[in-house]
Design a protein around this ligand. Structure first.
Ligand code: NAD
Ligand code: IPM
Ligand code: MN
Length: 358
């Protein structure tokens, strides 16, 4: 019997609305498979918690979360609390403290009707972006000098350590080798003369150990263009924290929007919990309406199950998502449908159960 201890952080805005649907899926799987069980503990961390307590999480929040196998997170951030506080003290803090240095963001077209690109198929848009998730411009290093004075200067330093750069690039080469796909590095060595020149050199150096992996290297501006004009060029992609953040939203755009973008924040060594979450935020513009698309967060369930070695379930969840998307009645508003978050979740569970029964 496999038991997975899950910490739920539904968070802000549409976070709780979509997480509720993901939990339904996990509970349905538990019912169907006597070899797997989940326990759920909910943590109220988020912007409301901050407004009441002056902190984004308990003082010993990290210690508490450490006890879990996985964190399943909805979204963080809401008007009323400055973003740099809410995100840095909760989401980014968890990524950092638990050394979740690999951010796996699949960009796959789930249904041809979803892409705004002309005549593109599922084969054309099918890549895995591996985003460095622990340093770069997100390291929090910098300074704010002479605030308010004419000589005011702010510094936001990108931190690229040998260890941090090498481990993510190596992870990506391994992934490309394992799946027999090409590997593309996205960087910006023409302008960022320290960080990205270093990144490129590590990419080349580690690549010598993987002569069987076909590689490409693009500047981030050109890569952003190719994501739209030639997405078929990309199979496995490795990039820095900030560039990874940006190109995966472009990836979301070409696959139907943020309602279809998932991300796993992985500590591959399993020394700490990994975190599974949609790429999207709290979407204040649609929060509370019950119309958010729960597909991204359901896809996170698939990533979670893959990570814990339950790839049959991981695949079943993804196949059911694709199946469900063929039913226009279960499309949410942002893609032209009228289904509610809950209707999509319920229909998903119904279909998953049906697909698994003999
Ligand atoms: P957002 O992702 O919340 O929304 C961007 C757009 O996408 C909005 O129009 C929204 O309605 C739409 N959208 C997002 N998710 C959707 C879904 N599931 N279904 C349908 N439409 C969806 O980004 P934002 O507006 O820039 O940020 C809002 C807040 O969320 C900010 O505080 C931001 O810092 C935070 N944020 C948090 C995370 C996270 O917790 N992982 C990620 C991104 C942004
Ligand atoms: C994401 C988000 C976060 C990031 C923000 C909310 C800090 O945009 O997960 O893509 O930049 O990593
Ligand atoms: Mn982002």
């Amino acid at each position: 019997m496999k038991h997975i201890k899950i910490a739920l952080i539904p968070g802000d805005g549409i976070g709780p609305e979509v997480i509720a649907e993901g939990v339904k899926v996990l509970k349905a799987i538990e019912k169907m498979d006597s070899d797997i069980s989940f326990s759920f503990t909910t943590f109220p961390y988020g912007c409301e918690y901050y407004l009441e307590n002056g902190r984004m999480m308990d003082e010993d929040g990290i210690e508490k979360l450490k006890e879990f196998d996985a964190i399943y997170l909805g979204a963080v951030g809401y008007p009323g609390v400055p973003d740099h506080i809410s995100l840095r003290d909760l989401l980014l803090r968890i990524r950092k403290e638990f050394d979740q240095y690999v951010n796996l963001r699949p960009i796959s077209l789930l249904n041809p009707s979803l892409t705004p690109l002309k005549s593109r198929t599922e084969e054309d848009i099918d890549m895995l972006v591996i985003r460095e998730n622990s340093e770069g411009e997100y390291a929090g290093a910098g300074d704010w000098l002479f605030p308010g004075k004419p000589e005011e200067v702010v510094l936001q330093t990108g931190v690229f350590s040998r260890k941090g750069t090498e481990r993510i690039i190596r992870y990506a080469y391994e992934e490309a080798r394992k799946s027999n796909r090409s590997l593309t590095s996205i960087s910006k060595g023409n302008a960022l003369n320290y960080s990205m020149v270093f990144w490129d050199s590590v990419f080349e150096e580690v690549g010598k150990e993987y002569p069987d992996v076909k590689t490409f290297s693009y500047l981030v501006d050109a890569a952003s263009l190719y994501f739209v004009s030639n997405p078929e060029r990309f199979e496995v992609v490795v990039t820095s924290n900030l560039f990874g953040d940006i190109v995966t939203d472009i990836g979301a755009a070409i696959t139907g929007g943020l309602g279809f973008a998932t991300g796993a924040n992985i500590n591959p060594e399993k020394a700490f919990p990994s975190m599974f979450e949609p790429v999207h935020g709290s979407a204040p513009d649609i929060a509370g309406k019950g119309i958010a698309n729960p597909i991204a967060v359901i896809w996170s369930v698939s990533q979670m199950l893959d990570f814990f070695g339950e790839s049959n379930w991981g695949k079943a969840v993804l196949t059911t998502i694709k199946d469900l998307l063929r039913e226009k009645d279960y499309h949410t508003k942002e893609i032209g449908g009228s289904a509610s978050t809950r209707q999509v979740g319920n229909r998903f569970v119904e279909k998953l159960i049906k697909s698994m029964s003999p």
